[in-house]
Write a protein that binds this ligand. Sequence first.
Ligand code: KIV
Length: 287
Amino acid sequence: MAPMSKVTVPALRSHKVRNGKEPLVMITAYDAPGGRVAEEAQVDMVLVGDSLAMVVLGYDDTLQVSVEDIAHHTGAVARGGSGFLLVADLPWMSYHLSAEDTVRNAAKLIRAGAHAVKLEGGRKRVPMIEALVAAEMPVMGHLGLTPQSIHAMGGFKVQARESEAALQLVAEAKALEHAGCFSIVLEGVPDEVARMVTDAIGVPTIGIGAGRHCDGQVLVWHDVLGIEDRVSPKFVRRYADLKSAAVDAVATYASDVRSGAFPDASESYHLSADQAEALSLYGLAAD
Ligand code: KIV
């Protein structure tokens, strides 16, 4: 069983900056070292996102991962760290067919170690959200730029730029809150629209590319650490340059191996003097 997080769903449900609370900190992670770092850095929530497909598995979109993939990585994060609320993404087609299918798939993620699941979309997801909540599985919603709708949206594009779409987004957020979501990710929407949504609902909004007025922020692990350097969305702030550090380290290792500088005597195991002496009788040279 996943250890109880000190950040709990009932405590999070009413966590609003407008009530004097600090913004919530969420980051994605995909493996045990990530879980350990997140624990030591004292983040509030960790998301095993379906961004797994892109940043870890090398696909061009998030549609390529299965429930089993997310469960595998959720288990790794849960074994690596605790103290945060662990949320696992329900991947594309794991919650689109029926409420029953959704509950079965979500249960695999909870059994793997997640405390809650996240799914994308508005009002049309309400029956699935209600079924999950009835089965005691906390649900985080995800609105705005929803990467699993990449083909329907015509690409990764900022959403709700027009006033009508902004009002629609507020209505969708209210529907998710009413269905039982304890929190809602707002991705890729104008700052002003995220503020409207945040003001309109009683559960916390977690922004990514949604400006400063959300009740918390989430970023992707590889972006925060500068491991992903091929694309740099406007909303990303890099807090390290681990890609360059990694390339330098591996290139130095390669050069040391090729020159014979690695390993040296201190990095090697040695026979005791008498065993080396015994072998010298057979003509084997001691170091
Ligand atoms: O999969 C993911 O990493 C996400 C975040 C971007 C919110 O859904």
